[in-house]
Design a protein around this ligand. Structure first.
Ligand SMILES: NC(=O)c1ccc[n+]([C@@H]2O[C@H](COP(=O)([O-])OP(=O)(O)OC[C@H]3O[C@@H](n4cnc5c(N)ncnc54)[C@H](O)[C@@H]3O)[C@@H](O)[C@H]2O)c1
Length: 375
């Protein structure tokens, strides 16, 4: 079996490489993007030891056709991943994520031996705010209005102003991204769907929730909220919590995500599906802070600032029924266990500079993407 992983030098790639069967031939194509690989601008030792590593942008992947010929499974991880950043570095996200996928498909179409399966790492960002209910029917609200956010109205309400309840995200729910990043992930999905259907190639689209765990780049202020929180608590800095801290997310441990991707890669029958990958459990950001503090054994010093990021969604949690019906029981790592593993790793790393984080906030403020509630 020959497996090509694009973007395989990143956070999820470093875990995935260790979950693939030892007899599989693996090729990793990664541009070693500076924002992600600032701390160590090379392929990690575990990747070098296991795969043929090619430093290249996926937009120029056609130059490596000969090495890639004969690939059975393509795992497409390469992407720019900062949701906030995507709202102003728009063409960069369109180029890497959408054009990158288009170029990958052009390469695939030129191969003599076509892969039998392509696996895409998509995101819960494709759902945008997701589906809600008023207790009787499902609805897709328009999203949060700037005027409401400025008044500190954080929850999504019906047109009549009545509060609605967020539903777990199901794969058949409407896709309505609220960020450029989310849009480009949806374009990746659509490009692949269109191509794979016409070529009878299996397409497995995995929509990850918030992935966390050891090996996530700490020098990148645009991704990884767990790293930002851990950093502040360990260093005894005051932590800023946006909105009222009661927004929810589904934090899924990177080892579980890598396991799911590997399972889809080696699956022997036909497998073409879109599936969520999360824990199925929503936690508020305040609960996350409490759990990190408990694991560290230190009290968290935080302030609920009432600032908010334009385009942020309020609630997200995966419905894992489809995954379980296709691939069997899903038993994700608990947040506490995952955070304990994360902390053990984190303590051996160089922490994110507080200034880098503040600079990214300033940048967002200047672009009108980070705002304060009006008192
Ligand atoms: N981490 C999460 O929480 C999360 C959530 C949802 C979806 N995803 C998706 O999972 C995938 C992997 O994410 P990750 O967390 O490992 O991110 P990451 O940034 O750690 O890894 C992405 C890798 O892609 C490489 N890359 C970026 N642009 C490239 C290009 N044009 N050509 C070649 N390589 C390129 C980077 O150098 C990096 O090594 C991405 O597609 C991302 O959208 C991640």
């Amino acid at each position: 079996m020959k497996i090509l992983i694009t973007g395989g030098a990143g956070f999820i790639g470093k875990w995935l490489i260790e979950k693939l069967p030892s007899n599989a031939e693996v090729i990793v194509v990664d541009s070693l993007d500076e924002q992600v690989h600032r701390a160590s601008p090379d392929f990690a030792p575990e990747i070098k030891a296991r795969a043929k590593c090619i430093k290249a942008d996926v937009q120029e992947i056609e130059h490596h056709k000969e090495v890639i010929e004969g690939t059975d499974v393509v795992i497409h991880l390469a992407a720019q991943t900062g949701t906030g950043q995507s709202m102003y570095e728009i063409s960069k996200y369109v180029q890497h994520n959408a054009n990158g996928t288009a170029k990958l498909l052009e390469l695939v179409s030129s191969l003599e031996h076509k892969p039998r399966r392509i696996i895409l790492s998509s995101s819960r960002a494709v759902y945008g705010d997701g589906a809600y209910t008023d207790g009787t029917a499902i609805c897709y609200p328009k999203g949060r209005r700037l005027e409401d956010l400025q008044k500190g109205i954080w929850e999504i309400c019906s047109d009549r102003g009545e509060p609605l309840k967020a539903l777990p995200m199901q794969e058949d729910h409407l896709t309505k991204p609220t960020s450029v990043y989310g849009l480009t992930k949806l374009w990746q999905e659509d490009l692949l769907q269109n191509y794979c259907e016409s070529q009878k190639i299996d397409l497995v689209t995995l929509r990850f929730q918030n992935v966390y765990g050891p090996k996530q780049e700490l020098g990148n202020p645009y991704t990884g909220i767990i790293g930002i929180f851990t950093n502040a608590i360990v260093q005894g800095n005051r932590l800023e919590v946006f909105e009222d801290g009661l927004m929810t997310r589904d934090f899924v441990f990177v080892g579980d995500v890598a396991e799911a991707v590997a399972q889809c890669a080696v699956y022997t029958g036909s497998l073409s599906a879109t599936m969520n990958i999360g824990t199925g459990k929503a936690v508020t950001l305040l609960e996350v802070i409490e759990t990190i503090a408990e694991v560290i054994g230190k009290k968290a010093d935080f302030t609920i600032s009432g600032r908010f990021r334009v385009g942020d969604i309020r609630h997200a949690v995966a419905d894992m029924n489809r995954y379980e019906s296709l691939l069997g029981k899903w038993s994700p790592t608990s947040l506490k266990d995952g955070l304990a593993q994360y902390l053990e790793w984190y303590l051996g790393q160089k922490p994110l500079e507080q200034d880098t984080l503040q600079a990214s906030f300033k940048e967002m403020e200047q672009k009108g993407l980070l705002m304060a509630k009006q008192s």
